[in-house]
Structure formats: structure tokens, C-alpha cells
Design a protein around this ligand. Structure first.
Ligand code: THU
Length: 138
């Protein structure tokens, strides 16, 4: 699937966000190695810390369905769903990506002009993971 298509699915996923506290809608679209796509949104909570980010919603949906090999994820977000710039994954989401993804996992950061591409190696270079997905840097 072309990156632009994945980015569109991330934008669509923002409309599913449950964000009564921050108002920041975040969407993600995860591309599995077999071509399947999982969308995710952020789901907030009155106790704040139970909030689940869009990226993790997508990854957890996919893992539940038996997928563990991922090629790319598109991510976008903004106040009231208005994209004014890139919305990069938080540290917790980067660590969850590291559990399943290799250094070359692609992250498309949707911005107001299109998207920019980074790798998991760039976002979390000294990765901690149990075995086969271990970073070559760490
Ligand atoms: N959020 C995400 O969904 N993904 C990230 O990687 C960063 C933060 C959400 C959590 C919260 O609902 C809102 O953005 C504001 O922090």
C-alpha cells in the first residue's frame, strides 16, 4: 500500500478518538507485513494515565488478531482533529513498536503539507527488546 493511502487511513482514524480531556485527536494506521491494515485512535480516561494512544490501539488490535510482523505505521494528530504539524509517537508507543518491529520499521508522520518518513531506528536507536527484534545499535 502506498504511504499516502496509509496516511489517509490515519487521518480517518482520528475521527474515532475519545478525547474529552485534552481535545487532541490522534489517528494511526498500521500496515502488517501481509498487507492488512489496522487503524487506531487515542482513548482517554478520567484518571489520565489509563489513556491509550492511537498507535498502541492499532498495534494491540493487530496483535490480538495474530499479527506480529509490521512494515509501517502512519500517525497524525491535532487539537480538535486539525493537523498543524507532525504528531510524533510518545516514548511508550516507541517502546511498544520496538517489541514487534525492527530498525527499518517505517513511521509516516502526517503534517499539514503531507508526511515525513522516519524509521524506528531514528526514533528509538538504543532499543530494548527480548531477542529477535533487538536493535543492532544497543
Ligand atoms: N497521544 C497519542 O495518541 N499518541 C502519541 O504518541 C502521543 C499522545 C494522545 C494521548 C492523549 O490522548 C493526547 O494524545 C494528548 O496527549
Amino acid at each position: 500500500m502506498p504511504p499516502e493511502e496509509l496516511c489517509k487511513l490515519a487521518v480517518e482514524a482520528m475521527s474515532h478518538a475519545y478525547v474529552p480531556y485534552s481535545g487532541y485527536k490522534v489517528g494511526a494506521a498500521l500496515l502488517c507485513a501481509d498487507g492488512t491494515v489496522y487503524q487506531g485512535c487515542n482513548i482517554e480516561n478520567a484518571a489520565y494515565s489509563p489513556t491509550n494512544c492511537a498507535e498502541r490501539t492499532a498495534i494491540f488490535k493487530a496483535v490480538y488478531d495474530g499479527h506480529r510482523d509490521f512494515a509501517a505505521i502512519a500517525v497524525c494528530g491535532g487539537k480538535d482533529g486539525i493537523i498543524t504539524g507532525a504528531f510524533p509517537p510518545c516514548g511508550v508507543c516507541r517502546q511498544v513498536m520496538r517489541e514487534f518491529c525492527n530498525d527499518d520499521f517505517l513511521i509516516y508522520l502526517v503534517n499539514d503539507k503531507g508526511y515525513e518518513t522516519v524509521t524506528l531506528q531514528q526514533l528509538l536507536p538504543y532499543g530494548f527488546s527480548a531477542g529477535k527484534h533487538m536493535s543492532t545499535n544497543g
